[in-house]
Design a protein around this ligand. Structure first.
Ligand code: HEM
Length: 518
């Protein structure tokens, strides 16, 4: 089997489409030859990297776990290296100094995104925060999101919605006490319910909320799988219109399912408003967003499509990242009984065994916060950030980084660099107690949320959900593995990092009063 046919098989292209591929390959080879000639002119200034094959470049050598593959390449080629992925040049950065050059010194140049074809379909043409190009619309969306929606005061107002969902999960787990439960499933569903509840929880009640939860879980899982799949349309843009792997068609089937739900929620909300109860305070984010839309910024208005694209960011971007991070934390804590004991001692001191955790407690839980930081050091769930894209050719680490290339910053590799971290593979929350490290993007040795203009827009919300839910799970229950099993911390890398095998564990209630679990 040739590397090209091997590559096509990996991309799951069927026999009928391979004929089209052959014809189009002639065109692509010509294009590739042109790219080679063009890049040769300045080849001395491009970063080093492994030799690729004609036409496909380095595509055939890409494995499923890119974070570890890129970290290995960095050991051979250094902290900045290039890979030719079809027609797309990818630049991988793996050191704090070079991450600083990209995300701080040249922040504006690198503030654009390299948007995958399926992401464009999922986000109304890239109208959301994560994939918008750097410009006035992106600024307006970020302002609405970070300064207004995720401000402390707005997040405080919707605490009741978060609390209700977390308590529902505690009651569910209590009913399953003594039986093994799928921690991944429960964490995902809780975070999904917490997020959708904050989005329109004041609007939708009862059965409809439950039904939406199940529907969202299926669609989010399918969408994130598509976003993580290598797509020939991204590597050979001239072939994008043929959608050879059918990934675009699949995404076009999934995205409208969300769109219909968003339309339903918006309509419900507008009907509420028409009923004339103007005295109602904003109870959820959707009410809040519709109010911002009506108040209207004349220069860059927030449209209904923007609102839906924002909802998509929250539901798809916010759920998997946060729930995977919490699952990693529970797995690491279970793997280290002394960490579990310290966390529970702290919870018993601050909250007490005759009380439930409230969000007001989390600021006093220093050790729990250190667990969050250490989890995101070892398992930064967006391990290579979201691909950045320079708006002009730029020099990084003495090498030329061409306009339009795909920039991947391997935070995962930096977080495990033995020249920065003592015993980097050890899970040791103590390293963050009384330390200067924070995840606000000011330190390029530790940046699980990214840094600079495109730093994660949901940090405030992620922090609250992570700490509150983890604290509740560790405070309410002891967790044991089924007999004879060991914690498996093997990672799997797609668009986000997750545990390869879902964590299954048995909860035992540990609070003094059974009524607390109801
Ligand atoms: C533990 C949880 C999370 C982690 C580790 C995380 C991490 C990240 C990272 C690394 C980026 C890319 C930064 C870059 O490209 O430079 C990002 C972007 C983003 N995140 Fe998060 N995230 C988390 C949770 C959330 C939540 C809960 C939301 C919202 C509900 C959210 C919304 C976003 C958005 C909208 C962007 C795009 C920002 C932009 O392009 O301007 N994230 N996140």
């Amino acid at each position: 089997m040739t590397p090209l046919s091997n590559f096509l098989e990996n991309l799951d292209i069927d026999a009928s489409t391979s004929t089209i591929v052959t014809l189009l390959a002639i065109f692509a080879i010509t294009w590739y030859a042109w790219i080679r000639v063009k890049s040769k002119k300045g080849s001395s200034s491009l970063p080093p990297g492994p030799r690729g094959l004609p036409l496909i470049g380095n595509l055939a050598s890409l494995g499923p776990d890119l974070h570890t593959y890129f970290a290995g390449l960095a050991r051979t080629y250094g902290p900045i290296l290039k890979l030719q992925l079809g027609c797309k040049l990818a630049i991988i950065v793996s050191s704090p100094d070079l991450a600083r050059e990209v995300l701080k010194d040249h922040d504006v140049t690198f503030a654009n995104r390299d948007v995958p074809a399926v992401a464009r379909i999922a986000t109304y043409g890239g109208l959301d925060i994560a994939w918008s190009p750097y410009g006035p619309e992106w600024r307006m969306l970020r302002k609405v999101c970070v300064l207004k929606m995720f401000s402390n005061s707005t997040l405080d107002k919707v605490y009741g919605l978060r609390r209700r969902e977390v308590q529902n999960t505690v009651a569910y787990i209590y009913r399953k006490a003594g039986l093994p439960i799928n921690v991944e499933e429960q964490t995902f569903l809780t975070i999904l319910n917490v997020i959708t509840s904050m989005l329109w929880g004041g609007t939708v009640q009862g059965e409809e909320r439950g039904r939406l939860g199940a529907e969202f879980r299926r669609v989010v899982a399918d969408m994130t799988a598509l976003l993580g799949a290598p797509n020939i349309s991204d590597f050979f843009p001239a072939l994008a219109r043929f959608d050879l792997q059918g990934l675009g068609r699949k995404m076009s089937g999934l995205a409208p399912r969300f769109d219909q739900i968003f339309d339903r929620m918006i309509e419900k909300q507008l009907n509420f408003d028409e009923s004339g109860d103007s005295s109602r305070e904003c109870k959820d984010f959707l009410q809040f967003l519709l109010k911002v839309k009506d108040e209207g910024d004349v220069k860059t208005p927030l449209t209904m499509t923007h609102i839906k694209a924002l909802l998509m960011d929250m539901v798809v971007g916010g759920t998997d990242s946060t729930s995977n991070a919490i699952e990693f934390a529970i797995a690491e804590v279970m793997n280290k009984p002394e960490v579990m004991r310290k966390a529970q001692d702290e919870l018993d001191n601050v909250v007490g065994k005759d009380n439930m955790v409230e969000e007001s407690h989390i600021y006093k839980l220093q050790y729990l916060h250190a667990i969050m930081k250490e989890t995101l050091r070892l398992h930064p769930v967006v391990p290579m950030l979201i691909p950045h894209c320079p708006s002009g050719t730029c020099t990084i680490g003495g090498y030329s980084v061409p306009k339009g290339s795909r920039i991947l910053i391997n935070a995962w590799a930096v977080h495990r660099d033995p020249s920065i971290w003592e015993n980097p593979m050890e899970f040791k929350p103590e390293r963050f107690l009384d330390s200067k490290f924070d995840y606000n993007g000011s330190d390029f040795n530790y940046f699980p949320f990214g840094s600079g203009r495109r730093i994660c827009a949901g940090i405030a919300m992620a922090e609250r959900m992570f700490l509150y839910f983890l604290a509740t799970l560790l405070h309410s229950f002891d967790w044991k593995l089924p007999a004879g099993e060991k914690v498996d911390l093997t990672e799997k890398c797609g668009i986000v990092l997750k545990l390869k095998n879902p964590l299954v564990a048995t909860p035992t209630p540990r609070l003094s009063n059974p009524a607390l679990y109801q």
